[in-house]
Design a protein around this ligand. Sequence first.
Ligand SMILES: [Zn+2]
Length: 100
Amino acid sequence: MVTQETYVCQICKETKKQHEVVPAASIHESIGEVIRKEYPSWSREGYICHADLNRFRAHYVREILEKEKDELSTLEEKIAQSMKNMNIRQKISISNLTAS
Ligand SMILES: [Zn+2]
């Protein structure tokens, strides 16, 4: 008889077989942080099932994309602002030329 070890997923609390879980210790720390935000009791010693891990991984990727989007729009604003300033400066120098 083969005794199959079971593992409890820390997130959904379901009992899983070994091939259905991943040791928490092997998960990247930045994904661990995302998990901890939702599950503060998340421990590095436990396990997480693939379904839950994929969910958090997708969440993590979305957060990165949003952050990059924010940075990009700040950059766009800066560019627009400096172009505006450039136009004003050009206009001033042109009006100086026509005035003299
Ligand atoms: Zn789970």
